[in-house]
Design a protein around this ligand. Sequence first.
Ligand SMILES: Cc1cc2nc3c(=O)[nH]c(=O)nc-3n(C[C@H](O)[C@H](O)[C@H](O)COP(=O)(O)OP(=O)(O)OC[C@H]3O[C@@H](n4cnc5c(N)ncnc54)[C@H](O)[C@@H]3O)c2cc1C
Length: 366
Amino acid sequence: MTNDLMTNDQPAVDALIIGQGICGTFLSWYMWKAGLKVIVMDEHQPFSATKVASGVINPVTGRQVVTTWLAEELMPFTWQAYQQIGKDIGAGVICQKNIIVFPPSEQMRDAYDKRIDEANSYIKNLPAGHASMLADMVFSFYGTAVIDPVWLIDLHTLLNGWRAILQQQNMLREETFDEGLLVVRDDSVTYKNVTAKKIIFCNGVNSFSLPWWKNLPFVFNKGEALIVDIPGLPADNIYKVGNSTIVPWYNSLWWVGSSYENNFNDALPTPIFKQKKLQELQMHLKLPVTVVDHVASLRPAVAVERRPFVGFHPFFPSVGILNGMGTKGCSLAPYFAQQLTENFINQKAIDPLADIQRFKRMLRPV
Ligand SMILES: Cc1cc2nc3c(=O)[nH]c(=O)nc-3n(C[C@H](O)[C@H](O)[C@H](O)COP(=O)(O)OP(=O)(O)OC[C@H]3O[C@@H](n4cnc5c(N)ncnc54)[C@H](O)[C@@H]3O)c2cc1C
């Protein structure tokens, strides 16, 4: 399938997608697979949320270790989706890496024990042999548990692999979207020499300064991570020690995070985060730790309830959005990108809990 878009002065496409993070990647992939003509416009940002994320799809969350929203559906769905996109880009981008948990307190250990007693399908005891193997590496103050299954996504391979295909197919414009150049009509939009039936904003935190979306109840949530070397720690699992998650990263290094800050001055790494995380690692690990890098980004999130923004504007039907994934971009983005594609093609309903129509009153033009 090719899109001969650059040969025409006024190429007519189905969708102009702004942003190629996890949202823009899956939306353009689903649309392309459905035979739609798409252009993706993405400026290079080395520290976008997707590039800083660890890529974990964890079916449980919080201090009560509850099953996350839609987990029963999302776990099999995401496994299939990442396997399929991986085939198209010629690389494996999903694998199973369960989380071995070393609870930070008695209360947290009780929360895990309660779920095991209830036969929660995602929380298990760590086999004794595995626990004794780790005894030389990690202090276990309050026992252990395992979250199983957990998926780990190779986000950089995914973004780069899909970008290469977009480039080959003449579907990528590496530039910064400028809202002043967009003309919006009821049935189409024009941006420079591109005319599209729809424009769909997948540009993360930058969507919310745009006139169509600025009244949505969005929030930016800052997250930081250390990239560290921990020689000797087996990379066949993810580890949760104290409040840190330790995730296999590139070049045999580890990603250690994260933070969830709603009050911050900028999107840069902070010395306090580095100091706290290092102290925590030194308290819980028996192995030496060396910091190699320190990264930070802003998660685009929803302020009122943790459900994303998906769909087309109630008053500007040619303008759409796929955004507000919060801490769950790896699982929610593929699922809702598929729903948005089906909504575009045959008006299939989007889950009302995620559909942008729920904010119709806020989106009314004044
Ligand atoms: C520290 C940290 C750890 C995380 N860990 C996880 C995790 O383990 N699992 C999980 O599911 N989620 C995780 N997340 C959340 C996840 O990263 C986000 O939910 C997700 O990446 C958001 O994706 P997005 O596509 O909406 O935005 P982004 O990834 O920010 O993508 C937006 C894209 O738009 C482009 N862009 C922006 N403005 C313009 C413009 N004007 N013109 C052209 N292009 C533009 C940017 O360059 C970028 O490529 C984490 C986030 C952080 C910060």
